[in-house]
Design a protein around this ligand. Structure first.
Ligand code: SAH
Length: 376
């Protein structure tokens, strides 16, 4: 179970909670909420249809609901959760980062990335992060608070709407190029440690994957949850029975170095983290992704690549190397190309699949947490 200070975040006394929203509720709870307002229970389904299937949260568009009831329903179930502070695009419009302001002024980020065969969205699960990894911009700023289920889900609802409305390239362009016209992949790799906001993240995955109109109808296979390695929460996540992909941010194969790069390693060691990841892979049937940010002369020595290859050999895992995206003021930077190549070779020599992630959005402060940090 979660332990205070490590896995759970206790809100300060008097802190205001995000407003309750349709996306916080199960279909049964939505019916109850609607009935409490004195409305017919089927209004819950209508509202769900508008929100999860049509991405229409403007009451003017709810023409199947009497005008007199719309305001009441909106106030109770579809309050404004967040507003766009700004969008920043790069990579010829294929990457768009959004900075959001939440109801209490808190800032979070999400990123849409268009690829030839898919559109992926990177979303935040917490405002800030408490894991304190020294190379990560979000880690430097600390944890503000957990996002509510609806605050997580709404980032994606807006992403689905933006892709549908051609904000990431028009449907005609896309059709002409055979490109995707629907947001299909979600990665919990924005701000925050998703498994430290466990209940709300799991609930959000249900909202994302429940069929329309109860949810967005996304495939579990298109969702990746990335974690620093909170071992009890990984086991608990395996118990949920999802087909989501798990990504584990390893960044070092040895405890001595990992203790410094991922401070929670002082609590759960490399061995335990990998055992939990392999257990997840076994139970979900999904190959786990081992994330490794390559930092010049810190963790990029070929012997570390060799050690990583040995740890993963014969396992249902692949390595995703991320060239470090330097954060302002940091003494660290990305590896030299020749060191990166030698590192890849050392892993591949063990027959372990390894890829180097493309670095989207560098010129828009694309690394985790940088946009929010520059706004502050
Ligand atoms: N807290 C989760 C998810 C958010 S970070 C986790 O740690 O997995 C998503 C990924 O980006 C993690 O692998 C994280 O270590 C990595 N990351 C953070 N800052 C980075 C940077 N400056 N350069 C490269 N990767 C970074």
């Amino acid at each position: 179970m979660p332990e205070p200070g490590v896995l759970t975040f206790v809100a300060p006394r008097g802190a205001k909670k995000p407003p309750r929203h349709l996306a916080d509720l199960t279909p049964a709870q939505r019916k109850e909420a609607v009935a409490t307002l004195g409305e017919k229970p089927f209004r819950a389904k209508q509202l769900s249809q508008h929100y999860f299937a049509r991405y229409a949260h403007d009451p003017a568009q709810w023409t199947d609901i009497p005008a007199g009831a719309r305001g009441r329903l909106q106030e109770a179930l579809l309050p404004d959760l967040m507003s766009v502070v700004r969008h920043i695009s790069c990579d010829d419009g294929a990457t768009r980062k959004t900075l959001w302001r939440l109801f209490d002024g808190t800032l979070v980020e999400s990123v849409l990335m268009r690829y030839p065969d898919r559109v992926t969205m990177c979303i935040s699960s917490q405002a800030g992060c408490g894991m304190n990894c020294p190379f990560c911009a979000t880690g430097q700023a600390g944890l503000d608070r957990n996002l509510s289920t609806a605050e997580i889900v709404h980032q994606i609802v807006d992403g689905m709407r933006a892709v549908r409305d051609g904000e990431m390239g028009t449907a005609d362009d896309a059709a002409a190029h055979g490109a995707p016209t629907r947001l299909s992949n979600i990665v919990f790799m924005g701000m925050g440690e998703p498994l430290a906001n466990y209940r709300r993240v799991v609930d959000s995955i249900r909202r994302l994957t429940d069929p329309e109109p109860d949810g967005l109808g996304l495939s579990q296979r298109g969702i990746t949850v990335s974690t620093v390695g909170l071992v009890p929460a990984i086991h608990r996540f395996a118990d949920e029975g999802f087909k989501c992909r798990l990504a584990v941010s390893l960044h070092a194969p040895d405890d001595e170095l990992r203790d410094t790069l991922v401070p929670v390693n002082t609590r759960w060691k490399v061995r335990e983290v990998l055992d939990a990841a392999f257990d997840y892979a076994h139970r979900s049937g999904r190959r786990v992704s081992i994330e490794y940010a390559l930092i010049r002369d810190v963790n990029d020595q070929a012997w570390r690549g060799d050690r990583l290859g040995r740890l993963l050999k014969g396992r249902h895992a692949h390595v995703n190397l991320i060239p470090l995206n330097p954060t302002p003021g940091s003494r660290w930077t990305a590896s030299r190309p020749e060191d990166e190549r030698a590192f890849v070779d050392a892993i591949a020599a063990h027959g372990v699949p390894v890829t180097v992630r493309d670095t989207r959005g560098q010129e828009i402060d694309g690394a985790c947490g940088q946009l929010a940090a520059s706004e502050r």
